[in-house]
Ligand binder design. Structure first.
Ligand SMILES: Nc1ncnc2c1ncn2[C@@H]1O[C@H](COP(=O)(O)OP(=O)(O)O)[C@@H](O)[C@H]1O
Ligand SMILES: [Mg+2]
Length: 262
């Protein structure tokens, strides 16, 4: 059965597009056939972040009734990801296209294991439609109050839409002791924290290279956090201790700490 998971946050710039790409990469790494849909219909970013030219036929062609959704599934060889990009042309800038989103996605049921939907910033009609199109929602936030209030509105929309809320992912965590604690976030949203992703400077480097962090820096802190989230989503245990690279990293970190103390 195909799972349709939508990522939404309300607030822009908290990492939805980045997490969509890397979560899909992590699920693919776990052997799950995974497809990304760029439901950011007015300012799409997925193809841009992947350094992929936007093709003529996109999600918009499907929403306009000009193409079948299976015709606009593109394979992106450098990342191994399957992507449905959205169109960039001005004629695509009509939000009423979003009405058909849920319906056209239904045609993909059974074609892949997972569909991850990237949604736009703001709590517009398109965001609402994207949340309705998903069966499950991961709410993304950063540990700051303005983002959290937008996350709460996103939770409310999901409740109205009947989309199951998997949990909240707290991104760009720098110092748990000085920021809003995941426990406080859980209490405020009344939604369990599903994962925590640290601030990772390799994220910017990966973006500059147009290669997902999971592939360009697979052992970086955020990559490991995202792999843990993916594993949890499919009910697997990701344990860094099992990986020899992880053991080496831990050992290096530990030795650095000990040597610094001397
Ligand atoms: N864990 C992280 N550590 C550092 N930078 C991050 C992290 N997550 C996202 N970013 C950066 O934040 C910026 C916004 O991310 P993006 O995915 O475009 O957000 P959104 O889709 O929510 O608007 C990008 O420059 C991205 O590289
Ligand atoms: Mg985005």
């Amino acid at each position: 059965m195909t799972r349709i998971i939508v990522l939404a946050s309300g607030k822009g710039g908290v990492g939805k597009t980045t997490l969509t790409i890397n979560l899909a990469a992590a699920l693919t790494w776990l052997g799950e056939d995974t497809l990304i849909i760029d439901a950011n219909l007015t300012t799409p970013n997925i193809a841009l972040q992947l350094g992929m030219p936007t093709p003529n036929k996109t999600l918009h062609s499907v929403l306009r009734g000009e193409s079948d959704i299976k015709e606009v599934v593109y394979f992106h060889p450098p990342s191994g990801l399957k992507v449905i990009p959205a169109g960039l042309s001005l004629k695509d800038l009509k939000s009423h296209y979003a009405k058909k989103l849920e319906k056209v996605i239904l045609d993909l049921i059974g074609a892949v294991d997972n569909i991850i939907i990237d949604s736009p910033a703001g709590l517009t009609d398109i965001t609402r439609r994207a949340i309705e199109a998903g069966d499950e929602l991961l709410v993304l936030t950063i540990p700051e109050m303005p983002a959290l209030t937008d996350a709460l509105k996103t939770v409310e929309i999901a409740k109205e839409a009947g989309t199951k809320i998997i949990g909240v992912v707290v991104n760009r965590v720098k110092n748990v002791k000085e920021e809003l604690h995941p426990r406080d976030i859980e209490q405020f949203l009344e939604v369990p924290v599903f994962g925590v992703i640290p601030e990772d400077k390799n994220m910017q480097k990966a973006l500059r290279k147009n290669v997902p962090l999971l592939l360009s820096y697979p052992h970086s802190d955020a990559s490991i956090a995202i792999k843990k989230i993916a594993a949890k989503l499919v009910g697997k245990e990701y344990d860094i201790i099992e990986s020899p690279v992880g053991v080496r990293r831990r050992l290096r970190k530990f030795l650095r700490k000990v040597l610094r103390r001397k």
